[in-house]
Design a protein around this ligand. Structure first.
Ligand code: PEP
Ligand code: MG
Length: 889
């Protein structure tokens, strides 16, 4: 018999799959003896069954009744008991935190009868009616599907009628009137009545929370956070405690450390005489947690104690929600808290120093995406002038964009390629698409724990919140600063999520301290703790990883920078990048020359230039492997544009002039070489096989550069790589030519030049025949850009812009396969090629040099697939080092 319900006393944090994160942690806190209001959890399994069949799973409601009876016995009150009602909160809680994305219903158990009892036992008519009002409103919208705006409008109308600026001014009579209005509204809209049976309220609330797993915003959030769609949510049912019972009550959010900077010591927001939802929604302004010491020293001391207990128990930053009900502290939620990249590195290092975690665990808690974020530039505040306003620095980084005032506008403009800053008075979960689209989020109200802040931090998006000097008028599409400056929609502003400042116009950016350290090894004073923590994490990763990290570099400068970043060689030198600019003309001559002496002359002119480049790169990477790839792209890329040429010739003829004979010759060549699908045309090894002399020139340049470096006392380690091989025969023919030239240069110079010869694996046929290809290759390097292109049949130059956003929206894939390796398809080809290549040649060296080599998730795959190295752009080298270390933990 499957169980659907667990009491808090029966669970623990290792049951998060079944009880959701919230439920499992409530159970854990209960086990630790912390003051958690009693309750139980309906499992994610029950949710999945309900969502699959549309019916309550067998036995679920009986189990809920049984657990409810136990709760009633423990509290000595019945749910909705007219003279002294037990009231319940019904909250969602999935395996992974999805803040604000699913539903909650509070005050379950209030009815026309029990509201009177609550008034009596609480001693406050107003409180009782306000609670009932909240229940009818939440139940009406969440469970019964009435547009939430209708309730808000009814509330506004009443406030207007009473001349009340906020709802605190409405008295018990007003609130009772509002309850009647709400109930009437529900009846008119749904034809149904607000249920007066507490048991029915509970049952329907649980099912509504189940259903909220599939709301639009929850789906969008999951896609964005790569949370699987089939997990379902658990439901936590818990005795209500009240923070809105007067000045000796209140609610707050606390962190064991500052989640923005990582600084040690408790941190958070508190709001007296309020429920938790008021804190998170940013409806009224909170005070810093430290203020609580003044308001209620005993609760504050207890809270500090509990925070210490939790941090020691979880051995990590925890965040909690708490409520004080008439001087009694209650813990309503805890979890290992989200944090910025900066905080993640700093906290990991400091927890090691405090003896709470090992260096290996610390490494598991930081990530390549975070490191990449810390490598971003920040604003040059000396050039910024006076800020327009200041708010709370909720999620660090610097962003510049046009101010927009609603989510839809942000999405529209971003889709057109504009950088935007989403400005809202406060955000709600409905703003999520706009937050995703924006470069930064700026709000006029709300603390660092408000919805905007929590969500932005999770996304690594710049966020400043609670900028109270701003009056945001979304209707009029502008905001006004206290000094009277009006900023209309479309005006460019700069948002500094690290300081909270908002500047007019586009502020210039300065490099990050982490980047400076990575490039120069200097630690400096700025952000010293973070730089130090990054250094330690990288050191730990380097000591742990099995994968080597090389860089894709085509110039001596790039190679030198990559080496400073920790690259252990060049995994890909794209030689076609060396033929751009001035040299394009020489390639053009080579193509036009056809054959014979003219071609030889053209090639001879290219030779010394190539040799110089190679010598420079070999010098920058002295002692480390440098994989030089023979020319790859279609030759027509080096010729002028066909249409332009044709127009030039036609114009000359129209003027009765003779066209330039060079132009006519060029047009002939361009027409000859034109391909409809150049990516699938004359490129890679095919070029080497059909253009005489090209391979020989390139190999000679490499070999002569090696000789030059040896004579200069260096240790050059050049490797020659053949691109786009599909059949072993192609490689065999090209390899013969390579070896012939290497032997020739060795004989001429008296310096033995032994370059390993290998190939890229970037066509499905190459992967599938890797065993044969390995007979001719000393190394493989996966070209996952082309391998993705040819496996999916996606043109790498076109499809991402054309329709990937639609594919991402429809969930065809969770990330572009050009960004994160498609494990299932492309990854399978990689695994086949590794297995068959190594079977044929056990000492085969295998790496990857497509863009995926610097993508954190892909790096973990390459580790698991048994590769020897990843190669990525120089700036990604530290990211790859870190992830390779994490992969090996
Ligand atoms: C690849 O295809 O993955 C690769 C590295 O080669 P290029 O991007 O130059 O085609
Ligand atoms: Mg390629």
């Amino acid at each position: 018999m499957v169980r659907h319900v667990y009491d808090f006393t029966e669970g623990g944090r290792d049951m998060a799959d079944l009880l959701g994160g919230k439920g499992a942690n409530l159970a854990e806190m209960t086990g630790l003896g912390l003051p958690v209001p009693p309750g139980f959890v309906v499992t994610t399994e029950a949710c999945r069954a309900f969502l699959a069949t549309g019916a309550e799973p067998d036995g679920m409601s009986r189990e809920i009744s049984r657990h409810l009876s136990a709760l009633e016995a423990a509290t000595g009150r019945r749910l909705g008991q007219p003279d002294d009602p037990l009231l319940l909160s019904v909250r969602s809680g999935a395996r992974f935190s999805m803040p604000g994305m699913m539903e909650t219903v509070l005050d379950i158990g209030l009815t026309d009868a029990s509201v009177q009892g609550l008034a009596k036992v609480s001693g406050s008519e107003r409180f009782a009616w306000d609670s009932y009002r909240r229940l009818v409103q939440m139940f009406g919208s969440t469970v019964m599907g009435v547009d939430a705006g209708l309730f808000e409008r009814a509330m506004s109308l009443l406030k207007e009628k009473r001349g009340a600026p906020d709802d605190l001014r409405l008295d018990a009579g007003d609130l009772a009137e509002l309850v009647e209005t709400y109930k009437h509204l529900i009846h008119v809209v749904t034809g149904d009545h607000f249920p007066q049976s507490p048991a029915e309220q509970l049952r329907r609330a649980v099912l509504a929370v189940f259903r909220s797993w599939n709301t639009e915003r929850a789906r969008l959030y999951r896609r964005r956070e790569r949370i699987p769609d089939d997990l379902g949510t658990a439901v936590c049912v818990q005795r209500m405690v009240f923070g809105n019972l007067g000045p000796d009550s209140g609610s707050g959010v606390a962190f064991t450390r500052d989640p923005a900077t990582g600084r040690g010591g408790p941190y958070g927001d508190y709001l007296a005489d309020a429920q938790g939802e008021d804190v998170v929604a940013g409806i009224r302004d909170t005070v810093p947690l430290a203020e609580l010491e003044r308001l209620d020293a005993a609760s504050y001391q207890q809270l500090r104690e509990h925070l210490r207990t939790l941090e020691h128990h979880y051995r990590d930053l925890c965040d909690i929600e708490f409520t004080i009900e008439r001087g009694t502290l209650w813990m309503l939620q805890t979890r290992v808290g989200k944090r910025t990249a900066e905080a993640a590195f700093r906290i990991a290092a400091e927890l090691v120093d405090e003896g709470l975690v090992t260096p290996a665990e610390a490494l598991s808690r930081v990530g390549g995406d975070g490191l990449a974020r810390l490598m971003f530039p920040r604003f040059d505040t000396t050039a910024a002038g006076d800020p327009l306003a200041r708010g709370l620095p909720a999620s660090p980084g610097a962003a510049v964009g046009a101010a927009v005032f609603d989510s839809a506008e942000a999405v529209r403009r971003a889709a057109a390629g504009e950088h935007v800053v989403l400005v809202r008075q406060e955000t709600t979960p409905d703003d999520l698409p706009g937050m995703v689209a924006a470069r930064a989020v700026l709000t006029g109200r709300g603390g660092r724990t408000s919805h905007a802040a929590v969500v932005a931090r999770g996304m690594g998006k710049v966020c400043v919140c609670g900028a109270e000097e701003l009056t945001v008028d979304a209707e009029a599409r502008r905001f006004t600063t206290r000094a009277g400056t009006v900023v209309e929609e479309g005006t460019v502003v700069s948002v500094d999520g690290s300081t909270g400042a908002v500047y007019p116009g586009a502020v210039p950016l300065v490099d990050s301290a982490v980047m400076r350290y990575l490039e120069t090894g200097e630690r400096g004073e700025r952000s010293a703790q973070v730089v130090d923590a990054v250094a330690r994490a990288l050191q730990q990763a380097d000591g742990t990883r099995r994968l080597e990290v090389r860089a894709n570099a085509d110039t001596p400068q790039d190679a030198a920078r990559a080496r400073r970043f920790g690259a252990q060689g060049v995994g890909l030198c794209r030689t076609e990048h060396m033929f751009l600019g001035e040299r394009r003309k020489l390639v053009e001559q080579m193509i036009l020359a056809g054959g014979g002496a003219a071609r030889e002359r053209a090639l001879a002119a290219l030779l010394p230039l190539q040799r110089r480049d190679f010598a420079g790169i070999l010098e920058a990477m002295d002692g480390l492997p440098v994989t030089i790839r023979l020319l790859d792209p279609p030759l027509h890329e080096f010729l002028p544009d066909r249409t332009e040429l044709a127009v030039r010739i036609a114009t000359a003829e129209a003027h009765g002039d003779l066209p330039d004979p060079h132009d006519t010759e060029l047009l002939d060549a361009v027409n000859r070489m034109h391909e409809e699908n150049p990516m699938l045309g004359l490129r890679g090894v095919r070029l080497g096989l059909v253009v005489p002399g090209l391979v020989a020139m390139q190999v000679r340049a490499v070999a002569e550069a090696v000789v030059e470096r040896v004579r200069a006392g260096g240790s050059p380690k050049a490797e020659i790589m053949v691109p786009l091989v599909g059949a072993v025969e192609e490689l065999r023919i090209e390899r013969e030519e390579v070896e012939r030239v290497l032997a020739e240069v060795s004989a001429e110079s008296g310096v033995p030049v032994n370059c390993p010869v290998g190939t890229m694996i970037e066509l499905p046929r190459a992967a599938l025949t890797a065993g044969r290809i390995a007979e001719q290759a000393e190394f493989f390097s996966f070209g996952t850009n082309d391998l993705t292109q040819t496996t999916w049949g996606f043109s790498r130059d076109d499809v991402e812009a054309a329709f990937f956003s639609a594919y991402l929206d429809k969930g065809v894939f969770a990330a572009s396969p050009f960004e994160t390796i498609d494990r299932e398809g492309v990854g399978r080809l990689v695994r086949i090629a590794v297995a068959e290549g190594r079977a044929a040649r056990p000492d085969l060296t295998i790496g990857v040099c497509g863009e995926h080599g610097g993508d954190p998730e892909s790096v973990r795959f390459f580790h698991a697939a048994g590769l020897d190295y990843v190669s990525c752009s120089p700036f990604r080298v530290p990211v790859a080092r870190l992830e390779a270390g994490r992969a090996a933990l």
